[in-house]
Design a protein around this ligand. Sequence first.
Ligand code: ZN
Length: 184
Amino acid sequence: MILPVYLYGQPVLKKIAQNINKDYPELEKFIEDMFETMYQSDGVGLAAPQIGRAIRLFVIDGEPMSDDDETLKGFKKVFINAEIYEKSGEEWYFNEGCLSVPGIREDVLRKSEIKIKYLDENFVEHDETYKGIAARIIQHEYDHLEGKLIPDRLPVLRRTMLKGKLASIAKGKVNVNYKFKVPR
Ligand code: ZN
């Protein structure tokens, strides 16, 4: 089932998301819906707060970007209760977009390497290191669990310049091909 994407201005996007356990209701179906929603909107990642649930879960499928970075081939994963416990390497800019902030693409500065602990969809624990665009996508999705969006990662001046655009998004004045929800 395709779920509506919550847009900038929705309070849930500002919340710190909470861990879940195996008993979380209909988790399997929810993960399936997350992937379906992500594919339909041409995203490479989607975090639960983006569909209105403040839980620590995000899904990624980097395949569409594997021409730019071959480590993304087959990089399809579910991250539950993730914790990035180390960031290292050079900071680099990469042009990011976000389904919750449509029409805005910005160069965001992030570290090049991360170490992350998480549970997969079967609640099996993993401890992995990621670099390059994979590390980039993970950090973007992880930000959603911390209540942060692209504008929060920009210099103050740049953020100020985007104010008008962001206000329009919060009112639902967007041109997208997916279902969305804005604050009332
Ligand atoms: Zn996003």
